[in-house]
Design a binder for this molecule. Structure first.
Ligand code: PMV
Length: 307
């Protein structure tokens, strides 16, 4: 039996604009993970999937077009395996459709567990490429940041470029204390991403200008992170939230949490991920951490994680 896992992720700043070539910064949430276990199945069974947290059990023969059936087949082909009888169990502690990269984490854990089963270690770039191809097929126009930060499991600067993205490890000058508040509203990534694309097509000048402003702020956030200037970082996160509201991906629930975090002393707060639901993040200090967490719960957060 072989097993593997992969972390959730958080986009610190730059979501949505990253789809249009601007930079973004993301970090893994190593304590919240997805897990995959692979063991030999009965002869002739093919690939069988057991995924209690997804509420699904299926076989690749019955559901060949299931995204995870396809990803498993692609990964096995890359590993030089044609036919395999395997039972694959997938588990995840990451809430789905919440902006924490649950799809990328499950896919990454699956690819890693299959590689471990075959006895090969795939480099992060190859794992990321397999998961990206799968996300592209099923989610429209992903930038690639989710699969990259999850596969590399380190804080990154990311720019979508052709033929390959720019991925740089990030220097962090002072420890960051972040809280993640879950709005409890589930929203599939492709919906806000698709809505932004329609708006951008209808009014490219306005949206390109908004994306440029996000990109400039991400450049400044990188410098603030490197020098450990967390107050400046906080104001940049607030500015990013304002731009995300103008881009049209915020929501009343997220804005209630953002306002509550700021009122309780957070240095900055914004939604994180695709928006319309899912999670927000708040930059706090060890001193304000508990009061901000309390304020988030009082404002309706269904879950508050410390990072
Ligand atoms: O909500 P998530 O975790 O899928 O994050 C999406 C991030 C976007 O920038 C909105 C889309 C993308 O592909 O980068």
């Amino acid at each position: 039996m072989s097993s593997a896992s992969a972390p959730a992720k958080l986009i610190l700043c730059g979501e949505h604009a990253v789809v249009y070539g601007r930079p973004a910064i993301a970090a893994p949430l190593s304590d919240v993970r997805a897990y995959a276990r692979v063991k030999p199945g009965q002869a002739g069974s093919g690939l069988r999937f057991i995924a209690p947290d997804l509420g699904e059990n299926w076989s690749a023969a019955e559901q060949p077009a299931h995204p995870l059936s396809e990803l498993a087949r692609a990964a096995l082909a890359r590993l030089g395996v044609e036919d395999a009888d395997l039972t694959i169990t997938l588990r995840s502690d990451i809430p789905i459709a919440s902006g924490m990269g649950s799809g990328a984490a499950i896919g990454t854990a699956l690819v890693r567990a299959l590689a471990a089963h075959v006895g090969l270690a795939l480099p992060p770039a190859e794992v990321a490429a397999l998961v990206y191809a799968s996300e592209r097929r099923f989610h429209g126009t992903p930038s690639g940041i989710d699969n990259t930060v999850v596969a590399y499991e380190q804080a990154i600067w990311f720019e979508r470029r052709e033929p390959a993205p720019l991925i740089e490890p990030l220097t962090i000058g002072a420890p960051l204390t972040l809280l993640v508040g879950d709005s409890g509203v589930r929203s599939a990534t492709r919906l806000p991403v698709g809505a932004v694309r329609e708006r951008w097509q209808a009014d490219p000048r306005r949206y390109e200008a908004l994306f440029d402003q996000v990109g400039e702020l991400v450049v400044r956030a990188r410098a603030a992170l490197a020098s450990g200037d967390i107050r400046l970082l906080g104001t940049l996160l607030d500015a990013n939230q304002a731009l995300l509201e103008q881009i049209g991906v915020s929501s009343p629930e997220l804005e209630r949490l953002v306002a509550a975090a700021r009122a309780a002393g957070a240095l900055g707060a914004k939604l994180s991920g695709a928006g319309w639901g899912g999670v927000m993040l708040a930059l706090v200090t060890p001193e304000t951490r508990d009061s901000v967490a309390e304020a988030l719960r009082a404002a309706g957060a269904t879950r508050v994680l410390g990072v």
